[in-house]
Design a protein around this ligand. Structure first.
Ligand code: ADP
Ligand code: MG
Length: 377
């Protein structure tokens, strides 16, 4: 992969060189893939689920026996669109020049496809004929079944999987579960950023996917690992960074991957040969100033009570008992009932999240930069 100007790229995965650690998780996922276990990958938003999947898949790049296929279904609205997205990914994965590619093209002909090409990238997109109830329920299964019988192991990663709960077909979970259950040589990684919906799908005993996957909870990257990664990236570009500056970055961004990465990206763009605590402090203020407009927009979208509660949670960083007298009086939040309503609204809007995977669960502001801005103001 090409060398980037800034070693802390934002957005898409840019190869192992720009990816920090996650070696234990990679190992665990690969073991599950080898054992043919389907995986449900859980983590709060922006912690690195999607990046991790691409990182695992990158490791299989030259492995001819395994085909890794990634789809993000966030934009799909029904089972037909879901099927078309999978079909397109499969079609693009196997070039038509090789035997399997030819077989796949033959398979898709059965579904009378329309092929369109993306204007910019030229990538083909398939739209199969999926009109009747039977077609909606069976087409996806036929694609999976066909691939499962080939001489290649297929790993499907379906990102933003909770989107299936928005489909009008109420039996989507049951349809997928039934089809997936029959496969022998195919593994699925389901991942999604809406924690509540993901738990609904995988962890409610009454639902089709319950017990069908091994759960993997992605945590924060270890601070020491992250610090040495950042330092190394600076050093590789003939730059240095002070230890106290590294401490500040990790603390200030709470090691929430997206925010740590974003911070380092911005700091690196300052083009300092040597970065000190003063430089990182300035970078922090720059980031907050740059985002201020968005934060005022948030304020307009919330009620005064919700905004006050958000600020109170930001100031405390971790709130264990939001309905306690102490917390309510300290921040003048009214009554426990009002706080409860506020919490529900902020959770629903994903402005805060509930960290339940620890001994003493707590509420925390989702966006770490917003949290710092609220503290700062
Ligand atoms: N291990 C990592 N090393 C470096 N940067 C990472 C790592 N994991 C994630 N990131 C950065 O964090 C951002 C958010 O990660 P992403 O995988 O999109 O999170 P999620 O899918 O959990 O919402 C990515 O755009 C990437 O810049
Ligand atoms: Mg993601």
């Amino acid at each position: 992969m090409k060398s980037l100007l800034n070693p802390f790229p934002l957005g898409v995965y840019n190869g192992p060189e720009y990816f920090c650690n996650r070696s234990a998780e990679v190992k665990e996922i690969n073991q599950m893939i080898n054992h043919g276990a389907n995986i449900a990958l859980f983590a709060i938003r922006r912690l690195g689920k999607t990046g991790l999947i691409h990182h695992v898949f990158n490791g299989h790049k030259s492995n001819k026996k395994t085909a890794c296929i990634y789809v993000d279904i966030l934009a799909t609205r029904n089972i037909a669109e879901f099927t078309n997205l999978i079909a397109t990914a499969v079609y693009n994965k196997f070039p038509q020049q090789n035997t399997l590619g030819k077989k796949i093209s033959e398979l898709f002909k059965r579904f009378r496809p329309t092929i369109t090409f993306d204007e910019l990238s030229g990538t083909p997109s398939l739209s199969l004929t999926i009109d009747t109830k039977t077609q909606k329920e069976n087409t996806i299964g036929q694609i999976f079944q066909f691939l499962d019988k080939q001489k290649v192991k297929v790993v499907f990663a379906i990102d933003e999987f909770q989107q299936i709960l928005e489909y009008p077909e109420s039996n989507t979970e049951a349809i997928l579960r039934t089809q997936i259950q029959q496969l022998k040589n195919t593994t699925f990684i389901f991942c999604g950023s809406n924690q509540k919906m993901m738990h609904q799908i995988f962890n409610s005993a009454k639902r089709p996917f319950f017990g069908s996957c091994s759960n993997l909870n992605l945590g924060y990257i270890d601070e020491k690992d992250y610090q040495s990664f950042i330092k190394k990236k600076f050093n590789q570009r003939q730059r240095t960074i002070d230890d106290e500056a590294l401490d500040f970055i990790c603390r200030w961004t709470c090691l929430h991957t997206f925010y740590t990465q974003h911070f380092c990206h911005t700091l690196f763009n300052k083009n300092k040969v040597h970065s000190t605590l003063k430089d990182v402090r300035e970078t922090a203020i720059d980031i907050l100033n740059l985002n201020e407009g968005i934060y005022f927009q948030y304020k307009n979208l919330l009620t005064a009570a919700q905004w006050n509660l958000l600020r109170a949670i930001a100031c405390e960083e971790h709130v264990y008992q939001p309905q306690s007298k102490l917390f309510i009086e300290k921040y003048k939040l009214g009554t426990p009932a009002l706080v409860k309503r506020g919490l529900d609204a902020l959770l629903e809007k994903e402005m805060i999240f509930y960290q339940s995977g620890v001994e003493k669960p707590y509420y925390e502001v989702y966006d770490k930069f917003l949290m710092r801005w609220l503290q700062y103001k």
